[in-house]
Design a protein around this ligand. Structure first.
Ligand code: GDP
Ligand code: MN
Length: 398
């Protein structure tokens, strides 16, 4: 689960991380009022959306004039902000963070996340922080340092020294060095106690007066651990989440929206992954990952089908069910029930195999629905790609 920058900063501040004084507001009037309480020579007005790249996209404004804070907030509120992380559709700005600005001497990059390969927390550090770390990773990967932490012994002083050297902080004076060591400890404690999967401070800045401040903060929490963090769960912002994913979670469906055009309905995560692979192999692009689960009922299938049809990008649907625990005639019943309730505007290919597959296919045949039934997965994948985008260009892998 993602949270907003202002929420991440509030949480981190409780762990002793230095952040600028600020407040999130939803109106021009509130922005003006809060700015009056800040006594600063620079003010920052920052759009709050669950995406980075705001600086380059015009979502972060700085001003030296306090009276400009309100109008700047107004210009951002309600706008649709498109950054390289939002996709072309962008995100609507509903809140802005008004902060006391900071006089920056140097911008650094620091993050802490789980490294999947080693299964360990890893600090990632770079002396060149700021706006385009992704670009830097491509053009100058040697500038990025990784420090792996063994979770059984935790963060040690040598990790800190290595990170400090890699970021060039050892020449910045004792105050910066001391704050940096403290910061690492605070971030690590936060990360472990709150079951975060990522904490990214970009930029971490050294100010003209030698302070180390988290000027931006992005925190992602492990969804599987949210049950033990009621305080974190309260920060969830449904406006920032995919509508169809929220709808799917209400029905206990594992659904992830993707950018392609072929809607997939599959039982079992492994089969869903291989279905997506075969669609791609046949030259198509899956519109989603959807695992209806091992014990899918007619109701869940119906809900899943509706969700697929609600996605405007979907040009065809591929139902791929292997009946093990689930019985194929129930799946067929769900498809028929959903199709009766909704206008089906796209071709459907159904591959049913396993328990009662024959019965399921008979039901579909008799239903009068226009769909193509098959028993072969590869044939099904090719058919749905053909029906949505013409003949397949790619064949089976050479
Ligand atoms: P992001 O682009 O979405 O990651 O947004 P950031 O919060 O990282 O802001 C982008 C950039 O704006 C930073 O890298 C800074 O250069 C600049 N910035 C943000 N806040 C301040 C501030 O208080 N003072 C100054 N001088 N620059 C700031
Ligand atoms: Mn940033």
């Amino acid at each position: 689960m993602n949270v907003h920058e202002f929420q991440a900063k509030q949480l981190l501040a409780r762990y002793g991380v230095a952040v600028p004084k600020g407040k999130a507001v939803t109106s021009e009037a509130a922005a003006t009022k809060w700015a009056a309480q800040l006594d600063s020579s620079i003010y920052a007005v920052k759009a709050q959306i669950h995406a980075g790249g705001r600086g380059l996209a015009g979502g972060v404004k700085l001003t030296k004039k306090r009276k400009e804070v309100g109008p700047l907030a107004k210009s951002l509120l309600g706008m649709n902000l498109v950054t390289h992380q939002t996709g072309p559709e962008g995100r609507k700005v509903r809140k802005v963070l008004i902060e006391e600005g900071v006089a920056i001497k140097k911008e650094l990059y620091l993050s802490l996340l789980i490294d999947r390969r080693t299964g360990r927390p890893v600090f990632i550090a770079c002396p060149e922080g700021g706006m385009d770390i992704e670009e830097l990773a491509k053009t100058k990967p040697q500038a990025i340092h990784k420090e792996y932490i063994d979770p059984s012994s935790g963060l040690q002083a040598f990790h800190g020294r290595n990170l400090m050297l890699s970021m060039g902080l050892h020449v910045m004076g004792p105050q910066v060095a001391k704050s940096f060591m403290g910061l690492l400890g605070n971030l690590y404690r936060f990360f472990m106690e709150k079951d975060a999967s990522q904490v990214e401070i970009n930029p971490l800045v050294i100010t003209e007066d030698q302070k180390l401040i988290a000027l931006d903060a992005k925190v992602i929490f492990d969804d599987s651990a949210l049950a033990r963090h009621a305080d974190v769960l309260k920060l969830r912002d449904l406006n920032e989440e995919e509508k169809l994913e929220i709808e799917a979670s209400k029905h206990g469906l594992n659904y992830v929206k993707l950018d392609g055009t072929i809607g997939c309905m599959v039982n079992g995560a492994g089969l869903a992954m291989s279905t997506m692979d075969l669609i791609k192999l046949a030259g198509g692009e899956p519109a989603n990952f959807l695992d209806v689960g091992g014990g899918a009922s007619e109701e869940t299938v119906k809900a899943a089908f509706k969700i697929l049809l609600k996605d405007k990008k979907v040009k065809g649907i591929f139902v791929n069910i292997f009946g093990g625990i689930v019985r194929c005639e129930r799946i067929a019943g769900g498809i028929i029930a959903a199709a009766k309730e909704m206008h089906v505007r796209v071709p459907i290919v159904v591959r049913l195999q396993g328990t009662n597959a024959e019965q399921g296919r008979e039901l579909l045949d008799k239903s009068g629905l226009k769909l193509k039934a098959t028993t072969d997965l590869w044939e099904g994948a090719q058919s749905v790609v053909e029906l949505t985008s013409g003949p397949t260009k790619k064949g089976r892998a050479a």
